[in-house]
Design a protein around this ligand. Structure first.
Ligand code: PEP
Ligand code: MG
Length: 320
């Protein structure tokens, strides 16, 4: 098995009938980017920028962030999608005051914080823009629920571009900006959001939590937390279709993208980019190359008609 995986390691991630996808890795720090490159990732589909803020005892400065993002782009060589700060929920910063909330996952987190704390947002965007002169960097906003947030975020980005132009500092003027689709609202408004985004990336970790109203970290409800639930599966299909209707690529950076059982489904739906923990790459590459898109398509349609996670799993098992 290991031998087989090794043999396909240098081959492109495409199905036997020629459907090519992008195989990317998620990174929680710069060390992960080295691992990703070693495993043959073509890019970083999710750089969780929180690490810079967590490892520091102060809000990282524009210069500190610039150095780190530039280093990320250089280490990777391919596209690096930097997600803007996603704190709140279960992630806090010791030096940043946040009130205790009764429902932190439904509270003040991610883009909601950044749109209020404009200085933190601007500092990060300036650093990302500056790094974009040194490699292919894209920006991704977390936890979007409405077009208004995206318009506002993009307006801040435009101001930052104007500021760099004034300062005479280089950046990529065509830098791509996308969103995480990880709330039911984003799924249902995907057609609207697609007008303001260059790409989507489906965050199945949070999407499963919010779609099913099941806390992703609660042991008591762990049985119910299931990305194979028809509501999640059909959401994924609908987001990919919406993205493609508007001509933008759709990726996935939640754990589901690295799940071997999900490969035929995601190929069938036409997912453009799979982003996962670096260690998952060899097996997923192997499975993609062993699949056929046409078969995956008819199979995924059948799966979408299933009425329960149990039935979904039965179909997946039968197929093996
Ligand atoms: C997700 O929610 O699926 C995701 C990739 O982001 P995180 O796990 O960092 O919330
Ligand atoms: Mg998330």
């Amino acid at each position: 098995r290991l031998e087989m995986l090794k043999q396909t390691n240098d081959l492109p991630p495409e199905t036997a009938d020629g459907f090519r996808v992008r195989l990317y890795a998620n990174a929680g720090n710069l060390e992960d980017i080295k691992k990703a490159t070693a495993e043959g990732a073509e890019g970083i589909g999710l750089l969780r920028s929180e690490f810079l803020y967590m490892e520091s005892d102060h809000l990282p400065t524009e210069e500190e962030q610039f150095v780190a993002y530039k280093c990320a782009a250089e280490l990777c060589g391919g596209e690096v999608i930097i997600r803007t700060l996603d704190i709140g929920g279960d992630k806090a910063l010791p030096y940043f005051q946040m009130e205790t909330e009764e429902n932190p996952f439904l509270g003040w987190r991610a883009i909601r914080i950044l749109l209020e704390q404009r200085d933190i947002f601007r500092t990060q965007l300036l650093a990302i823009l500056r790094a974009s002169a040194f490699g292919k960097i894209s920006i991704m906003y977390p936890m979007i629920i409405s077009v208004g947030e995206l318009e506002e975020a993009n307006a801040v980005l435009s101001e930052c571009k104007a500021e760099l132009t004034r300062r005479g500092i280089a950046f990529d003027p065509d830098i791509k900006t996308g969103i995480m689709v990880e709330t039911p609202a984003a799924v249902l408004c995907a057609d609207d959001l697609a007008h303001y985004a260059d790409f989507f990336s489906i965050g199945t970790n949070d999407l499963t939590q919010y779609m099913l109203a099941v806390d992703r970290g609660n042991k008591k409800t762990a049985q119910l937390y299931d990305s194979f639930h028809p509501a999640v599966i059909r959401s994924i299909r609908s987001v990919i279709e919406a993205g493609h209707r508007h001509g933008i690529p759709v990726g996935m950076c939640g754990e589901f993208a690295g799940n071997a059982d999900a490969v035929p489904l995601l190929l069938g739906f036409g997912l453009d980019e799979f982003s996962m923990s670096p260690s998952r790459i060899p097996e997923i590459r192997y499975l993609i190359r062993a699949s056929r898109r046409d078969e995956a398509q008819s199979f995924s349609e059948r799966v979408c008609r299933c009425v329960s996670p149990k039935e979904v799993r039965r179909l997946l098992k039968e197929r093996k």
